[in-house]
Design a protein. Structure first.
Length: 64
């Protein structure tokens, strides 16, 4: 993923499904300068800092 799309997802009114290593995540913040995103793993609530290029949008929306 690219930084601009990660920011769009973060600011979207929709709950857009994103995964990291095939695990569902929630984007908490985007650091454009460093090219990283701060995410929460929705399976275990673990907070992580990962490269923005390592996350993938699935094309689905989540019901929350």
């Amino acid at each position: 993923m690219i930084v601009s799309r990660a920011k769009e997802i973060l600011n979207s009114s929709k709950n857009i499904e994103v995964v990291y290593n095939n695990e569902p995540i929630w984007i908490e913040n985007v650091n454009e300068e460093r090219g990283v995103v701060y995410v929460k793993n929705l399976s275990n609530n673990q907070m992580m800092e990962v490269p923005v290029t390592s996350i993938t949008e699935t094309g689905n929306t989540l019901e929350m």
